[in-house]
Design a protein around this ligand. Structure first.
Ligand code: SF4
Length: 137
């Protein structure tokens, strides 16, 4: 495929090329500003406030997400009786979400579960904990 055609059809930069401007919707508040982010130059356009600049640069270079999920609660026989709502205590790299779900699916809890209990203390060596978000007594 000719190099120019590849550049038009693929968003990934070709080795040695400058990373192109990324169009990102800011999700920090409901206004949803459309951002143009140039990660190479650290420039952001289209943001209506400083939080948009911070979000745009982070999203373009190291996107992260808070993972919200559930964890199995089992009885004394190991049978699932309920699902406990849980989330990561801080955002984790977006690329780890799939592996994080696998790690969380391997965990089970027994009652009582209290809101704020640590379920996993260091998820995938990110330094981020998984915590319960509701009491199950
Ligand atoms: S740039 Fe500021 S005003 Fe616009 S969506 Fe982001 S946080 Fe909201």
């Amino acid at each position: 495929m000719p190099r120019d055609l590849f550049a038009l059809t693929c968003k990934r930069p070709i080795a040695g090329e400058i990373m192109s401007i990324q169009n990102i919707t800011c999700i920090v508040c409901p206004r949803g500003c459309r951002l143009e982010v140039d990660p190479e130059r650290g420039e952001v356009k289209g943001n209506s406030c400083p939080r948009g600049r911070e979000h745009g640069l982070a999203e373009a270079t190291n996107p992260t997400r808070t993972l919200t999920t559930t964890v199995r609660v089992v009885d004394e026989n190991g049978a699932t009786i309920e699902l406990a709502p849980a989330r990561t205590a801080a955002p984790i790299p977006k690329g780890l979400l799939f592996d994080a779900m696998k790690a969380i699916n391997d965990v089970s809890l027994t009652k009582p579960v209290r809101r704020g209990d640590t379920i996993i203390s260091n998820l995938l060596n990110t330094g981020v904990a998984v915590i319960a978000t509701r009491d199950l007594l």
